[in-house]
Design a protein around this ligand. Sequence first.
Ligand code: NAP
Length: 336
Amino acid sequence: MGVDVIVFQIMEKVLVTRRISENALAFIKNSGYEPTVYTELTNISQEDLIKMCQGYVALLSVGPNKIDERFLSACPQLKGIALMSVGYDKVDLEAANKHRIPISNTPDVLSETTADTAFLLMLAVARNAFYMNKSIERGEWNFFDPMQNLGQELYGKTLGILGLGRIGLEMAKKAKAAYGMDIIYHNRNRNEQAEKEVAARYLSFDELLMQSDVLTVHVNLTDETKGIFNKTAFSKMKPNAIFINTARGAIHNEEDLIDALQNKTIWGAGLDVTNPEPMQKDNPLLNMENVCVLPHIGSATKETREKMAMMAAENIVAALKGERMPQVINPEVYEG
Ligand code: NAP
């Protein structure tokens, strides 16, 4: 007498910490894995994330979740973590290597969009755009005064870039095409390709501070760059300088930035990232004429978020299949 055996295949589960594109979720499902999306619109503490990850074999991490020794030692079952961001300043790579957990990010697909945000802020600050808009709401649009509401030109000015990498280069191309801006930059290493493409000139950090009319930050947040824009740095900048930060808020010291703007050490600032985030609504930066602040929307377009989600999904599926994550940021885990 034959016995029928029914085999239930238990699908491996992927925790996704925020709503992401349906296509990316479908890709994970169609690859044979089960994504669970955390849909509560609240911040997730590390303690909660650790609890949530139990029973999951992979994590698609959206937002600033801290992936450190504490997290990794509490979730050793994870076969891979895909970040839906290019920045990985919340990741302790040494700990990830120790636990042999591959981690990926989403480079390139967001470079143009994030550079757009930097460009938007540069132009908005140059023309006091956000403040001017608020002045209408305050009932201050009365009569024409040719000596009021004056911004500054960007044509032929010098754009300084701290961190001429993928996003920095896109910003340089836009500024050169739109305003014929001269491009200067500082990195730890020279970017010869970018020097050719946009005729960028390599300078020391101090020279960059002293020569930039607009100084845009596209560097990664590390121990080396944390707080690098402080009182000393702002004091070396030109009085007409515009400071733009679309990288990470902790790269500038907020108190020193407020002082530099109030004392007219520099002319204006455009921020997509703040320190801390979210910025509180009574922050003095929000009422300054030459300041424009956005709520961390650097890569926030429908198209780009779709590409980022799909890239993260492809990486997580690769990790689950035991393959190399295409955008791995700690390739050491695959060595030896
Ligand atoms: P990338 O291609 O790696 O560029 C980073 C650049 O910074 C590189 O040219 C690097 O050159 C330079 N750099 C790194 N450390 C440095 C240091 N200590 N001193 C001077 N230069 C240094 O990265 P990306 O894709 O352009 O992204 C840059 C950052 O943008 C991310 O890390 C992320 O934090 C931020 N971001 C923000 C948003 C947003 O929503 N606002 C969106 C996307 C990205 P060297 O290695 O030669 O120094």
